[in-house]
Design a protein around this ligand. Sequence first.
Ligand SMILES: [Zn+2]
Length: 218
Amino acid sequence: MRPERATAPAQPVLPLEGSPSREGIGGQEPDPRVEVRRSARRRKTVSAFWEGSTAVVAIPAHFSRAQEAHWVDRMVARLQQDAAKRTGSATDEALMARALELSRAHLGGRATPSSIRWVTNQRRRWGSCTPSRRTIRLSQELQGMPQWVIDYVIVHELAHLLVSGHGPGFWRLVEKCPRVAEAKAFLAGVAFAGLHHGPGQPDEDGDDWGLTDDEERA
Ligand SMILES: [Zn+2]
């Protein structure tokens, strides 16, 4: 899998005519569109990131064509690996594995859901739990957020398998998970920024802003 690459130094953007139509050929992921940005201010560092579906590789202006080729290959491969990892972790199977791992690490392995899955029809809640059936659903809106934020939501919902409501006993369990305060602040920030058109109101207990889960109580 080789990235598309610049052929003319004066052309930083590489429009690939018709590249979307390549999608699905042979069932393979198409190579991404690649844009190389040369920066005079950049001296040694190379960086790469996605802008939509375009892989942007920023390199110092003085790089030779060979250096550019080397770094573009390397950085695009890395971006693709990261993207593949994210897709992988988005599957329900991976989600269950992660949930059991988190349960073992933070809840003494006592919280074992019968199912945990990503759902698209849950835009107003980050996660939800039905203790009577031991099922957990996570909003797909969480995908792409840092793993430690997703982990917090998983642990939050796992804890509801053991304790209902958001009393002190509940938080004692959840707070064994690292970075809980940060994750709550992150979700509150997302909600506040309107990126998530869901929770914008504090829970009844007022300390759960950005995560509402309305668990069904058996
Ligand atoms: Zn909750």
